[in-house]
Design a protein around this ligand. Sequence first.
Ligand code: ADP
Length: 248
Amino acid sequence: DVRHGPILYLDEVSVSFDGFKAIDRLSLTIDDGELRCIIGPNGAGKTTMMDIITGKTRPDSGEVWFGTRHDLLRLDEPQIATLGIGRKFQKPTVFEALSVFENLELAGASDKRLWPSLFARLDAQARERIEETLELIQLTEQRDRAAGVLSHGQKQWLEIGMLLMQRPRLLLVDEPVAGMTEREMARTAELLRGLAGRHSVVVVEHDMGFVRSIANKVTVLHQGRVLAEGTMDQVSKDSRVAEVYLGA
Ligand code: ADP
């Protein structure tokens, strides 16, 4: 299904820490259903940008919109979370003592006031969503295993599955393949590509091979601004991008 319009819109956003401009008139548009990679050297402002989107950091100026209706600068962090913006940090945080299935079950219930009893019978619809998510994250066979015994890659996929159980419209993903094997990276690429269209996904990643394998469009940040934007081929031919990466 083809969607229209931006899901996320940043206009001339700036933020300083003790007089240092970490984000400097940053403008960025993410279309609904898009999978976008954000790259850039250390200190470019990638984490700060994610913090601004989720409401963790307040910009000094500029505008941040979620869709056309939600002015994110009028909302606090918990309010923004309820709009359907999910963030996956680099380190996986799963409930190690619970099974894969139970982790997904709890995640799916966390938007309600009460967590369900794990012993309560799930309705058929909830069960079906968990089954679909298990397929998507390729952990169907591990469903009854404790999350604590999963490999690093499997824990990362489970956490993505937990975020998906909350039906996010926009997923922000921090360095998903750090510490993964080549094979795990390939499966992660497949997983993230499979989310595009149904969800909008913004991935911050250092591994250029991985970025090339998933993204149609890449944004290069440098000194808190957009240095270049386009396909990986386009941005990698840009001499300014080469300069900031090679320090030339
Ligand atoms: P990246 O994620 O691209 O490596 P960051 O967003 O973490 O970049 O940081 C951008 C710049 O802002 C860096 O120079 C960093 O030192 C600085 N910075 C980030 N957060 C803070 C903070 N809370 N206080 C002071 N400086 C910060």
